[in-house]
Design a protein around this ligand. Structure first.
Ligand code: PLP
Length: 391
């Protein structure tokens, strides 16, 4: 069975060219880049090259790139740093739809006495910027708003948000979790209001276990990991050289493929969306009226369970994911769809397809062929579904 992988917001295939780039740095060129000898020095050169490549994709300078272990670490490092830089400030602003890498940390800080404002979203997943304007005050240490949502693909107006933070924030830091945006849409830190940005290698065809914190020049920073002087004392720990080199290559390729992402990949997503809506009654797109990433489709089918859809699709070789998280044995609809006010019956039956440059038209055709009978079958099995279909 050929697998049809449409779960690229969860993780991506390592590009073979990326793998080839990193391969020598395990068994042959395994020197420590901090070593004085030639053997470490040649690795240091490749790490520098990778730093340049990442910076190029972001429109940043190489000194602004700090390698970390993952997107989660970058998010945690950014928020904790802001609170250490401003120990007297006790207010954090974020959104209700952040990834747990931000939301769980903020909620934990909330339990430890910080005031946390979680901005609301409307039914399409969009923020109300007036709510941000009203929330920000001289006690705000950091505003952390994701660039694009991992479940719906909804893109936030990061530069407009940054302007508000700069105007009203009295020096508050502005951080964005751009884990889902980097490589999919163009970013330019040179002209941006962002102080700190997180990205993760495994979302853009590099391996798991490598991330970046972009740290604007001049922005004060307190490191999350302390110890050695790696990454100019901004992140201690011997560098994950092979993964860093891989991420550099992945960023170079992402820049090359950006047009494809916004052309061919978007066209495949749009076709999938249009044909599923035409073939399956009582389906709606989550965030369909908002600006979205070109690769993401979150679609809700009333009166069916997302998990059941995924299981049946998986039997056909199709990998997608649902908008639900299985918590303590009960099926909770996702916090993102709940924040958007998606009705319970739709939130439960939501499925996310997320594409990449490695998908092709035959994948889209297979999903369009296999999904409608799956939904039909599940609706026939469900007492609610039958009642609803009989009407
Ligand atoms: N932020 C967002 C928006 C994500 O989608 C993810 C991963 O799914 C993360 C952060 C966490 O990244 P990592 O898996 O590299 O820790």
């Amino acid at each position: 069975m050929k697998e049809i992988y449409a779960d690229n917001n969860a993780t991506t295939k390592v590009d073979e060219a990326v793998f080839e780039e990193m391969r020598p740095y395990f068994c042959e060129l395994y020197g420590n880049p901090s070593s004085m000898h030639f053997f470490g020095g040649q690795v240091q050169k490749k790490v520098d090259e990778a730093r340049n490549r990442v910076a190029q994709l972001l429109g940043a300078s190489p000194e602004e790139i700090v390698f970390t272990a993952c997107g989660t670490e970058s998010d945690n490092a950014a928020i904790r740093s802001a609170l250490e830089v401003y120990p007297e400030r006790r207010h954090i602003i974020t959104t209700r739809v952040e990834h747990p890498a931000v939301l769980t940390l903020c909620r934990n800080l909330g339990k430890r006495g910080y005031r946390v404002t979680e901005l609301n979203v409307d039914g399409e997943g969009r923020l109300d910027l007036d709510e941000l304007r009203g929330a920000i005050d001289q006690d705000t240490a950091i505003v952390s708003v994701m660039y694009a949502n991992n479940e719906t693909g909804v893109v936030f107006p990061i530069e407009e948000i940054g302007k508000i933070v700069k105007e009203k924030g009295k020096g508050a830091f502005f951080h964005t979790d751009a884990v889902q945006a980097v490589g999919k849409i163009p970013l330019d830190m040179a002209t941006s209001t962002v102080d700190m940005l997180s990205l993760s290698g495994h979302k853009l065809h590099a391996p798991k276990g490598i991330g970046v914190l972009y740290l604007r020049k001049g922005v004060p920073f307190r490191p999350f990991l302390v110890g050695g002087h790696q990454e100019r004392s901004r992140r201690a720990g011997t560098e994950n050289t092979a993964a860093i080199i891989a991420l550099g290559k992945a960023c170079e390729l992402a820049a090359l493929h950006m047009a494809d992402e916004n052309g061919r990949v978007k066209a495949m997503r749009d076709r999938l969306e249009k044909e599923l809506l035409a073939l399956i009654p009582h389906a709606r797109i989550n965030g369909g009226q908002a600006e979205r990433l070109p690769n993401t489709l979150s679609i809700a089918f009333e009166f069916v369970e997302g998990e059941a859809i995924l299981m049946l699709l998986s039997e056909k070789g199709i990998c997608a994911s649902s908008g639900s998280a299985c918590t303590s044995g009960s099926l909770e609809p996702s916090h993102v769809l709940r924040a958007m006010g998606v009705p319970f019956t739709c939130a439960h039956g939501s499925v996310r397809f997320s594409l990449s440059r490695f998908n092709d038209d035959s994948d889209i055709e297979a999903i369009i062929r296999e999904l409608p009978p799956v939904i039909e079958r599940l609706r026939q099995m469900s007492p609610f579904g039958r009642e609803f279909l009989d009407k």
